[in-house]
Ligand binder design. Structure first.
Ligand SMILES: [Fe+2]
Ligand SMILES: [Fe+2]
Length: 440
């Protein structure tokens, strides 16, 4: 029989087939302000439990009841509401049933009839405490479980976002890299165009800055310099005489040794003028320093600052000797010009040039001029662009009619540059043919 409606508070469920026992326990508990539900059989009690398993915290059940025994009832109640704390009431004679209740029905305690009110109350209070501990524990475990699941979900989401972001960043990086490569190549091409303009101004100096650049870069690499330093050296070499733009043509054609004092002073300004000309371009500033010092000498007799030894930037020491080699070579007509120039360099080591650089010079210098100087077993021929064949080597710089540098002396022809030469022959024809070396 149901005598209390189920509330969300924790109730004690008392099950007994004897109405007077239910009444007395109920009275006892109500007087202690404990919420009670009663049921007159195991069957009815199970229905109550199924209705709201969480409402019941403690079950007190008689053992001897018609229909369903207390042990059987507690066993079933345990399945429906496992957290309930279960107490069985037995007669003195039923100790075995009590043990059974503990073993099978998961009973917490047994109490013998007739009971002492104080003892029963104490057991029920302990059971309620036990129940609240267990249910608090379960509540906390559920919170932890839920939080773990949320964390897992967040983690999965986070991983997804991170992956997405990583892909995005990779894409952006690739785009930036492409852009950077384009900028660098534009920058290089601009420097080459500048240097081409310089050579156009000073016809005697054709290929001069490119030769200086080739030697200097190779020496820099042989010395194990880092890439940014090598680039500064290359730019410095290509533009080292940019300051000559402000110097009159007559003076440019003179050998510095034949200049009077006034001319010499003007000529000696070109490294500083060169540095000043490019100083406003931040990326060229380091190359500008090399340009300023490309006429310094190891013994301090150079210009413009008279720096000595290692006070001269390494890049400038390299430019200085490469510049000398390329200018000096033009003075020799002999077949062993390279040997003679290297001898001239050796004679000036320590006074003009850095002796440490010499071991790295011979290789690049020999390879460069072997390639670009006329060879004995080759004859120079002037051919029209249509007579050119892949594999031929260009003997003189090829320029378009308006003076644009198309191919450098020493370049080996292939289908691609032959096509380009034929195209230029139509739109900007040169006055001469293309000079190539052909095997005798
Ligand atoms: Fe110079
Ligand atoms: Fe020069």
């Amino acid at each position: 029989m149901v005598t209390e409606s189920l509330k969300q508070t924790v109730h004690v469920l008392v099950v007994d087939d004897e109405e007077n026992i239910l009444r007395s326990i109920r009275r006892l508990l109500v007087s202690e302000e404990i919420d009670v539900i009663t049921a007159s059989s195991g069957q009815k009690a199970l229905e109550l439990l199924k209705g709201d398993p969480s409402a019941v915290g403690v079950i007190v059940s008689d053992q001897r009841m018609p229909g369903m025994s207390g042990v059987d009832f507690l066993e079933k109640a345990k399945e429906i509401a496992p957290d309930t704390v279960r107490i069985v009431l037995t007669g003195y004679a039923d100790i075995n049933a009590a043990v059974d209740a503990i073993n099978r029905g998961g009973a917490y305690r047994y109490i013998t009839k007739p009971w002492q009110d104080d003892e029963l109350l104490q057991v029920i209070r302990d059971a309620m405490k036990q129940f609240s501990l267990v249910s608090e524990n379960r509540r906390l475990q559920e919170i932890i479980k839920r939080q773990n699941e949320e964390l897992k979900e967040w983690n999965a989401q986070l991983q997804f976002f991170v992956q997405e972001q990583t892909v995005e960043i990779q894409k952006k990086n690739e785009a930036l890299e492409r852009l950077n490569r384009r900028l660098r190549s534009n920058f290089r091409n601009t420097i080459f165009a500048f240097s081409g303009l310089l050579e156009l101004r000073d016809r005697g100096a054709e290929s001069h800055s490119r030769n200086v650049a080739e030697i200097s870069v190779k020496v820099g690499k042989a010395l194990g310099l880092e890439r940014p330093e090598i680039e500064d050296i290359m730019v410095g070499a290509l533009l080292h005489d940019i300051g000559k733009i402000g110097i009159p043509d007559v003076l440019l054609k003179k050998d510095p040794r034949e200049m009077d004092e006034e001319e010499k002073a003007l000529y000696r300004q070109h490294p500083v003028r060169g540095q000043t000309a490019i100083d406003s371009i931040e990326d060229l500033r380091r190359a500008g320093v090399l340009i300023r010092h490309h006429h310094e000498a190891m013994d301090g007799s150079g210009f413009p600052d008279g720096l000595k030894g290692n006070d001269i930037p390494l890049g400038a020491r390299i430019l200085s000797v490469a510049d000398f080699i390329d200018r000096q070579l033009a003075k020799y007509e002999a077949d062993n010009a390279i040997e003679l120039v290297l001898r001239d360099v050796r004679e000036r080591l320590g006074s003009l040039f850095d002796p440490d650089l010499y071991p790295h010079l011979e290789g690049p210098v020999t390879r460069l001029y072997d390639r670009v100087l006329p060879k004995k077993d080759l004859v120079e021929m002037e051919l029209s662009p249509h007579e050119l064949k892949a594999g031929m080597v260009v003997a003189r710089d090829v320029r378009s009619g308006t003076g644009l540098m198309l191919l450098r002396k020493g370049t080996t022809l292939d289908e691609k540059n032959i096509r380009a030469l034929r195209r230029y022959a139509e739109i900007d024809p040169s006055k001469t043919g293309v000079f190539v070396w052909v095997r005798r």
